[in-house]
Design a protein around this ligand. Sequence first.
Ligand code: NAD
Length: 292
Amino acid sequence: MHEANIIDGRAIARTVRDEVRTKVDAWTTRGHRPPYLAVVLVGNNPASASYVRGKMRASAQAGIAGDTLTFASSLTESALLGIIDQLNADPGVDGILVQLPLPRHIRAQRILARLSPDKDVDGLHVVNAGRLATGQRGFVPCTPAGIMALIDRSGISTSGKHAVVVGRSNLVGKPLIHLLIRKGTDATVTLCHSQTRNLARICRDAEILVAAVGRPGLITQEMIRPGAVVIDVGINRVDDPSRTRGYRLVGDVDYENARAVAGWITPVPGGVGPMTIAMLLSNTFLAAQRSH
Ligand code: NAD
């Protein structure tokens, strides 16, 4: 029976992280201080706290210095703006990451807009979105950057291919279409979202199919063109009493059945997820390098 090639995100992320470590070592050997990442965490969302711990651990392993600035959920928007201003002005800080989501009384767009675009290692500032859209150098959001690295490093060609992206978030879907269409990558892109008609038919035409929705099982076997590259960005919890924690993580793709049709596929977990952190490290090193 046919089985898709598995794109091993953990292995590729390890390679990217090792490469960042090598670059950081060369950088500090030349007399520079290590790159420094400031992570701002507001409130006590356990998932956010765990993501932040993962990011800090990976940074330390890559030789990147940093601190997590933790604040109670009662922090006001103006106080947070003041903290961002301080980090922007601090020459010892190369990258700033504001962990999302923020508490409801703080407008995330206002906070992101206050970041110095040149320290915005998550690539979420409108200036970086604009730079990406117009082909200028900036910071690319980590998840779409990670998706492109998975495709490139698997030796998959994109030129002239039809890529279908499902999901139009500022974090994943929208920046990804710019990466896919840029010169050198040269895919032809269709973006689908919750109001798209005939999703199954459009997906079935995809040579590269990216699902970034957050709905387990949305992409079924019938929606996949034989031999297609399937990138599953979704991270969903589904009940699983056989696990001690009571749930397991799945993507947006019906993985077991998709494997029988796809040419390449990313698992969840172990696909796109590990790449997001690897690209954050890569962006933080770039921020340090560019500030000199
Ligand atoms: P989001 O939640 O902001 O938006 C979801 C998108 O899906 C919307 O654009 C919506 O139009 C579209 N959508 C909803 N229902 C649909 C349907 N039935 N058919 C087609 N499109 C539909 O999206 P997000 O923040 O990009 O997150 C998407 C998923 O990716 C989530 O599961 C999230 O946890 C995951 N995610 C993973 C990583 C990672 O590192 N692997 C990073 C970011 C997000």
